[in-house]
Design a protein around this ligand. Structure first.
Ligand SMILES: Nc1ncnc2c1ncn2[C@@H]1O[C@H](COP(=O)(O)OP(=O)(O)OP(=O)(O)O)[C@@H](O)[C@H]1O
Ligand SMILES: [Mg+2]
Length: 399
């Protein structure tokens, strides 16, 4: 497995995880947020102790499996100690995991916050609600923050590590509670439901409703209107909780961990995100650079070797042919040339990564690098191994 050299690593997530109640993993899409959040939580449970929860969003199937989450909705589950034992670790505390199920979370939100049983049943039974609650625009972001708020309020965990959904814009989830509250008071919404609120308005006399009625059917329009009218009964609650979530995120017990790779586009997005966190006076606790190429690729002596393999492949193939059974000189020459050239190509990428890293404008309290592993991280052993890098340690057993 390739690994970054010591100079590429600074700090450890240990201190951050030990001192906070909530750590939110965020950053661009596909960089390893879910994996990093799970690995950090596993390490915290294992080394620091206490009751640690990782709240994941859409984990890859095999990772969900490894955490014992397969087929489970919103329920928090304890990751069995056997999982740690397989990775030869005896945890100091407990690791719990939950998956964010958008539909399930909406239902539970309605059950908890509807003003009365009748409204609750009407919303849950509304066909439009049933259809869109899992796909509501922004509902994923919003519900992730709601869930976090709810779980934190219950006070069962010493540390909650939160994974965030892949968003078009990494900041979306921060604004989600506020936006949801705005939405319920929006003019568009009021305009949509007016004809159904007021019996005084003759629906059929308005061309828009006439056309909509013909295309969508009266029942559908009524469902829409009923849905939004019912939802508005919860408006005050939405606003209050949006504020409470904002306060929780800004609280000193909460910190953010920005995950990124060193590729130009994600890194730019991550930097923007880190800057924005600071502008909003949210705490940037760590930047995790994931899937980083190893420092030895940049070693000039190694490059010289690779160049020699490439440029003197014919001569070297002649010398080697006798030592590698069954190899033809022609074939050896091609392999040597190709391997040498690939190394040189990787060096260029590693060099660019090192430059990107050196140009990082954001200086977080903790900066950690994790190497690009040979395989995906999908089992508990892999998580713990990644976790050791997050703790600034080079794993003893290298895959
Ligand atoms: N250091 C690593 N080395 C090799 N593979 C990795 C590493 N980190 C993560 N991966 C793999 O990369 C893939 C994406 O990781 P992950 O799902 O954690 O990303 P994400 O940021 O949560 O993505 P999304 O934005 O879609 O939610 C997974 O298959 C994971 O196993
Ligand atoms: Mg993810």
């Amino acid at each position: 497995m390739p690994r970054p050299g010591p100079a590429d690593r600074v700090g450890s997530l240990d201190g951050l995880m030990a001192s906070r109640e909530i750590v939110v993993a965020c950053g661009p899409g596909g960089v390893g947020k879910t994996t990093t959040a799970a690995a950090a939580a596993a390490m915290a449970a294992s080394r620091i102790g206490g009751k640690v929860l990782v709240l994941t969003v859409d984990p890859a199937r095999r990772l969900a499996d490894a955490l014992g989450l397969e087929g489970i909705g919103n329920v928090e589950r304890r990751v069995p100690d056997d999982a740690f034992a397989e990775a030869k670790v005896k945890p100091a505390g407990e690791l719990w995991a939950a998956m964010l199920d958008t539909k399930e979370s909406w239902d539970s939100l309605i059950r908890t916050h509807a003003p009365d049983a009748r409204t609750r049943d009407q919303i849950l039974g509304n066909p439009l609600y049933r259809n869109i609650s899992g796909r509501f625009v922004q509902s994923h972001d919003y519900i992730a923050m709601e869930r976090l708020f709810e779980i934190h309020s219950e006070g069962d965990y010493d540390l909650i590590v939160v994974d965030t959904p892949p968003t078009r814009n990494a900041l979306d989830f921060l604004d989600a509670p506020e936006r949801m509250a705005d939405f319920f008071s929006s003019r568009l919404l009021r305009w949509l439901i007016v004809p159904y609120r007021s019996r005084l308005v003759n629906v059929a006399s308005r061309p828009f409703y006439q056309v909509a009625d013909r295309i969508l059917g009266t029942q559908f329009l009524e469902d829409i209107a009923q849905f939004f009218i019912l939802f508005q009964t919860m408006y005050d609650g939405f606003v209050q909780r949006a504020r409470a979530v904002q306060r929780l995120l800004a609280n000193h017990r909460t910190s953010f961990m920005v995950v990124s790779t060193l590729e130009a586009v994600p890194l730019r997005e991550a930097e923007f995100f880190a800057e924005e966190l600071t502008n909003r006076r949210l705490h940037l606790g760590a930047v995790v650079l994931n899937k980083v190429l190893p420092a030895y690729l940049r070693d000039p002596a190694a490059t010289a070797v690779a160049e020699a393999m490439r440029d003197r492949s014919a001569e070297l193939a002649g010398a080697l042919a006798a030592h590698i059974e069954g190899s033809g000189e022609q074939q050896l020459r091609r392999v040597l040339h190709e391997v040498g050239q690939s190394f040189v190509d990787y060096r260029v990428v590693a060099q660019r990564e090192a430059e990107q890293r050196a140009e990082l404008q954001t200086v977080p309290e903790t900066l950690v690098s994790v190497p690009f592993f040979d395989t995906d991280v999908h089992d508990f052993g892999g998580l713990m191994q990644l976790g050791e890098w997050l703790w600034g340690e080079e794993p003893a057993a290298v895959a």
